[in-house]
Ligand binder design. Structure first.
Ligand SMILES: [Zn+2]
Length: 274
């Protein structure tokens, strides 16, 4: 069996949903689990403590460079992107995507690169669209895309957006997710090579992109009349037929859902879930 990894993303109402899944995961799970829950910038990061009371799997608030092991749950800290590279956790203050850091898309993209067809992405409850772009990356590599059934989610926005844009493999009620994940971890995947755009976008979030990387990405994009609501640089529409996405040269990223009314030139906004 090739290397498998599970990545879970949630926003509003996510702590309860993540707790239900983690409590039901088998303790001999043959894969690491990476979790991004949107939290405020000044949050104390309480999720690892909550999860430790629910499972015998080791729950880790990772340090920079933390070694990745199976049967462990890695929870992204507040105000940092969590990406995986060469078997270790990398924490970064790279540009926010859809106003969020940590971002589900950022985590999923790095998992898609690192684990290829072994990646399993799960989008849970939350407003707007974080996770949709990340699931597209996971599907592009041959991985498995899963959403919580929007009818079963506290807030249907994020899983609903993923269903609208991604060829989802499994749409599940919360209580069916842990058994599904346990089963998928035992299955053998078939890899698909990564596209250059995925590699570059992963580097941007990790704070490792060169000027040439950004130029190469924007060369395939179309400049718009919109301005980045975070830094006011021009926004470029990326070449992506499945969902309309924008980036500025500083690396801030948006889908139409998160850009929302800000594109008409109004002032920068706070994160919608804060
Ligand atoms: Zn920007």
């Amino acid at each position: 069996v090739k290397n498998r990894a599970i990545a879970i993303g949630a926003s509003t109402d996510g702590i309860a949903a993540i707790s239900r899944i983690v409590a039901a995961l088998p303790t001999d799970l043959a894969a690491p689990v990476f979790v991004v829950q949107h939290v405020g910038r000044r949050s104390s990061g309480q999720l690892p403590g909550i999860l430790r009371n629910l499972t015998n799997l080791l729950v880790i608030a990772p340090e920079q460079g933390e070694l990745i092991e199976p049967a462990r749950i890695y929870v992204a800290p507040p105000d940092q992107h969590m990406v995986v590279h060469e078997g270790r956790i990398h924490l970064s203050r790279g540009p926010e995507e859809n106003y969020t850091r940590p971002s589900v898309d950022v985590l999923f993209r790095s998992v898609a690169l690192a684990y290829g067809a072994g990646s399993i992405g799960v989008v849970l409850t939350g407003y707007l669209s974080d996770g949709t772009v990340g699931l597209l990356a996971i599907k592009d590599r041959g991985g498995v895309a899963i959403v919580q059934d929007p009818c079963d989610a506290g807030v249907p926005g994020m899983p609903g957006s993923a269903l609208a844009h991604v060829a989802i493999d499994h749409r599940c009620k919360l209580d069916d997710l842990a058994p599904l994940l346990a089963r998928l971890v035992g299955e053998d995947p078939v890899d698909v090579p990564a596209r250059e755009q995925l590699v570059i976008e992963d580097r941007i979030a990790a704070g490792r992109a060169t000027t040439a990387d950004v130029a190469a990405l924007l060369a395939t994009a179309t400049r718009t009349t919109f301005r980045c609501p975070r830094c006011w640089h021009p926004l470029y529409a990326l070449a992506e037929p499945r969902i309309r996405r924008y980036r500025c040269a500083r690396g801030h990223a948006f889908t139409t859902a998160s850009l929302g009314e800000a594109v008409d030139g109004s002032r920068p906004r706070a994160a919608p879930w804060a």
